[in-house]
Design a protein around this ligand. Sequence first.
Ligand SMILES: [Zn+2]
Length: 134
Amino acid sequence: MADTSTARGLAAADHDALLGARCTACDVQIFPAQAACPRCGAPTADCALPERGVLWSWTVQRFRPKPPYEGPDEFEPYVVGYVDLGDVKVEGRLDGRPVDAWTIGDPVRLELGAPDDDGAVWTYRWIADDGGAS
Ligand SMILES: [Zn+2]
């Protein structure tokens, strides 16, 4: 497992995965990482989440969200969904195919945003995974 002890933001320290956490008592996995388990309150240990998963559910955002949304002036509908990574489901934006062309169970892969000036990553999205190398 990657050493994520110094990670900040939503990505693991080596910036190739999302930073989650696993409860040291009940074993539940969570995202984003937090120090205490939301189920039982025990301490957690950081863990890097899988970079590939399958679409669990999705919907299309067809109107411009309220501020602080800062998308382009010309709003275009986009897809958001939950990705099943095995032990945890992670919400996120979906890209890589037309908005109405998604199906539950579609394979997706993680794409992390660029790090900020402090090296922390705060954005990510899920890309349709048609089986090629990432
Ligand atoms: Zn727990």
